[in-house]
Ligand binder design. Structure first.
Ligand code: FES
Ligand code: FES
Length: 163
């Protein structure tokens, strides 16, 4: 005899839209975002909480969404990479990564964006060291990081000018 699958009800605001769902307690936040909400910009790059490709903001703080259960986001605000583009306008981070060659394959890029977004919200004029520290949990296998740092600096300049 099979037991009924247990679920928990959660209410999460994702990119400004509130959604209510019944989820399995073991469902990871990254699975919820990708499979339930079909927001596939958040990537899965490892099984070890190492790569940071799954980084999203939880109440403004960067988290690796493969390390949390969806149920832990109950009542929270989640921001994913899909929130960056507004009305067809790319975010200064997206523009800067494009112009400064901050990406190659792009697999790590959504996570890089989200960690950078949190950094720039807290520190509009970060040093190279600040950027390295903020991105320490985000692994890139392609770029050698130098252009990523230049990209974050360029975006910071634009955002300060937009003030
Ligand atoms: S998929 Fe989450 S850290 Fe790699
Ligand atoms: S651009 Fe390929 S992993 Fe970073």
């Amino acid at each position: 005899m099979s037991e009924a699958l247990q679920t928990v009800s959660i209410r999460v605001t994702v990119n400004g839209a509130t959604c209510e769902r019944d989820v399995e307690p073991r469902q990871l936040l990254v699975e919820f975002i990708r499979e339930e909400l079909r927001l596939t910009g958040t990537h899965i790059g490892c099984d070890t909480s190492f790569c940071g490709a799954c980084t999203v903001l939880l109440d403004g703080a960067p988290v690796k969404s493969c390390t949390l259960f969806a149920a832990q986001a109950d009542g929270a605000q989640v921001t994913t990479v899909e929130a960056l583009e507004q009305d067809g306008q790319v975010h200064p981070l997206q523009q800067a990564f494009s112009e400064q060659h901050g990406l190659q394959c792009g697999y790590c890029t959504p996570g890089m964006f989200m960690s950078s977004l949190a950094l720039l919200a807290e520190n509009p004029n970060p040093s190279v060291q600040d950027i390295r520290k903020a991105l320490a949990g985000n692994v890139c296998r392609c770029t050698g990081y130098q252009n990523i740092i230049k990209s974050v600096q360029a975006a910071a300049t634009v955002l300060r000018q937009e003030g």
